[in-house]
Design a binder for this molecule. Structure first.
Ligand SMILES: Nc1ncnc2c1ncn2[C@@H]1O[C@H](COP(=O)(O)OP(=O)(O)O)[C@@H](O)[C@H]1O
Ligand SMILES: [Mg+2]
Length: 251
């Protein structure tokens, strides 16, 4: 007799082999997922922050690969006193964890993800250790997108950029994304969106909660208050940067 009820469907067999090049029969290159560690040490970083080196992906210029600076990784290896070791299992790698967590959180709600979140693709192994692969944000001319600080310094924070920043604040307040380092004006870049033919601000760093107890994740109201406080701090940082002479006027 045939089985009735909720028996599991027969498993499907899928061929996961890498695609072959039909002309040569050879295995096609794995693209952004190389079979061995991605080699970056021979390349020049396109940008660097306090913690990271940022590279254009050698096989795909639409992507950036972010690694922890070697000096930071060296710090990671040091044996710290017990009080500093507690709760620091991931040390500088914690940023990866926070970023990934926040990107996952952004998919929980139905509907579109906030437009200020950059595209996060994956974590990958490189000769600098673990790295994240994200979309390379660019300006209309195809250059690396300027940070908010660069825009202010270059005297390019025009009406359009100001309106885009206010849009960002509005959307940021409406979303429940947690960003700990948003007042840092180097963590926002002014990026060109080809589809909409307009530029908007994208957060490229500082996602997630940096405190031991995740109050922002637990209490939405706390997250909102923190956001309001950080936006205020950011406005202050913008005013201070605007008050200093633009780089173009310096002799
Ligand atoms: N996806 C990206 N697109 C364009 N520029 C980026 C991107 N990610 C990082 N950058 C540039 O690299 C700089 C440093 O990156 P960031 O992730 O902020 O490193 P850190 O954690 O060391 O501050 C940023 O200020 C920005 O100029
Ligand atoms: Mg940064």
């Amino acid at each position: 007799m045939e089985k009735q009820g909720n028996s599991a469907p027969e498993s499907q067999h899928v061929n996961y082999a890498a695609p072959t090049d039909s002309a040569s029969g050879k295995q096609a290159p794995l693209g952004i997922f190389p079979a061995k560690k991605l080699e970056l040490e021979r390349l020049k970083p396109v940008a660097m922050g306090a913690h990271n080196f940022v590279f254009i992906h050698p096989d795909d210029p639409s992507l950036v690969v972010k690694v922890i600076k070697p000096a930071m990784r060296y710090e990671n290896q040091k044996k710290l006193p017990l009080r500093r070791r507690l709760f620091r299992r991931f040390k500088h790698h914690k940023d990866f964890l926070r970023t990934v967590t926040e990107h996952i959180a952004s998919y929980v709600k139905a509907g579109p993800r906030p437009s200020f979140l950059q595209r996060f693709y994956c974590l990958i192994e490189t000769d600098y250790g673990l790295a994240s692969v994200t979309k390379a944000e660019r300006d209309k001319e195809g250059n690396f997108a300027p940070t908010l600080r660069r825009l202010l310094r270059d005297g390019k924070f025009d009406d359009k950029a100001q309106a885009a920043l206010e849009n960002f604040f509005e959307e940021f307040l409406k979303s429940d994304v947690i960003i700990s380092d948003i007042h840092n004006i180097d963590n926002l870049v002014y990026s060109y969106d080809e589809e909409k033919d307009t530029s908007r601000f994208i957060v490229i760093d500082g996602l997630g909660e940096s405190t031991l107890l995740p109050f922002c994740a637990y209490f939405k109201i706390f997250n909102r208050l923190q956001k309001l406080r950080k936006i205020k701090k950011m406005r202050k940082a913008i005013a201070t940067t605007l008050a200093t002479k633009p780089d173009t006027e310096r002799s």
